[in-house]
Design a protein around this ligand. Structure first.
Ligand code: GDP
Ligand code: MG
Length: 307
């Protein structure tokens, strides 16, 4: 068990290695050979935090804590400063550590939204695999009717994971397939229904109107649903992810975030910026393409893996 646990944490560390290098290794570098924490060093630290995509406001917040401690002569060396940063980042992240609890309704309806390519469909299949593994009955809904390939992709995943997929033809109205799926889910007594959606942004207005309609149909068919509006964001898109989140939240109301592709970027600090600026629960993080690479978000594990 201990061995297994170590393996799981090691995978997280590997997945976040680029961010470790881009942030913590660089902090080590500015300290090498220096004894004192002075203004110049703090400036260099600020630059590292900002280039890690933590965001200007959150970086300032972190620096203020450091400066406060320097003034009180509580910070003597690099290790101490790193420990302080680690704990302050943890405190920010911990506020958004709120795992999804699908046991609060049956069926529990999850509407997954986000821009094309952020990882919606793969995140859905990873979630389905996890939930199936916990013995839950899961129904998948091919609500991205805009592209034939998107329906096919979900079907293949459904077969692989062993979940039924409700679909219509490509080009059809997504709220129609959602209507059918919710009826089917109720009839079958499904515990969880996960709905994929389109993310084409070049027709932004239409997309938002379409998603609002899907949401209305859900609420009509199953009161209080969707129980979760999960926004999928791609960590490699940096500050763009924050503006996407603001836009989707304004239009639809986002109740949870999955941040994917943290393995592909040195700027994983974006997660700290997202937590601090958006105040939306972080449900999952993605650190690779395998099913196990979708992790329930743990603030402690995240900061420990980075540092
Ligand atoms: N490296 C990496 N790739 C990911 C992750 N999540 C998704 N992807 C990849 O991102 C690409 C787009 O994913 P997809 O689910 O089709 O995006 P969608 O358009 O939002 O449905 C695929 O090649 C996925 O394998 C992740 O956490 N890490
Ligand atoms: Mg997709």
């Amino acid at each position: 068990m201990a061995e297994e646990k170590k393996g799981v944490f090691q995978r997280l560390k590997d997945g976040l290695f680029k961010t470790h290098q881009g942030m913590v290794s660089k902090i080590d570098q500015i300290f090498s050979g220096k004894k004192q924490i002075d203004d110049r060093l703090l400036e260099e630290l600020e630059e590292i935090l900002i280039t890690s995509d933590i965001g200007v406001k959150t970086t300032q917040k972190l620096l203020d804590k450091v400066i406060e401690k320097v003034k009180r002569k509580e910070l003597e060396d690099a290790d101490h400063l790193k420990k302080t940063l680690q704990e302050e980042m943890f405190l920010i992240l911990r506020q958004q550590e709120k795992p999804l609890d699908p046991a609060t309704a049956r069926p529990f309806v999850i509407m997954v939204i986000g821009v094309n390519g952020t990882g919606k469909t793969t995140t859905i299949s990873k979630m389905a695999q996890k939930l199936k593994g916990q013995g839950k009955s899961v129904l998948l809904v091919a609500g991205d009717t805009f592209r034939a390939a998107a329906i096919e992709q979900l079907e293949i995943w459904g077969q692989r994971v062993g979940c039924e997929v409700i679909k219509h033809q490509s080009g059809s109205d997504p709220s129609a397939v959602v209507f059918d799926a919710l009826k089917a889910g109720k009839a079958r007594g499904s515990e969880i229904i996960i709905v994929d959606t389109a993310g084409r942004l070049h027709t932004k207005v239409n997309l938002m109107e379409e998603l609002k309609k899907v949401k209305r149909v859900m609420a009509r068919e199953i009161p209080n649903s969707p129980h979760e509006i999960l926004l999928v964001l791609d960590a490699t898109t940096g500050q763009n992810a924050i503006s996407q989140a603001k836009m989707f939240d304004k239009e639809l109301g986002v109740t949870g975030i999955a941040l994917t592709k943290l393995d592909g970027t040195a700027k994983g600090g974006i997660l700290i910026g997202i937590s601090d600026e958006l105040k939306i629960p972080i449900r999952y993080i993605g650190i690779g393409e395998k099913a196990d690479d979708l992790r329930e978000f743990s603030a402690r594990d995240f900061v420990d893996a980075i540092f």
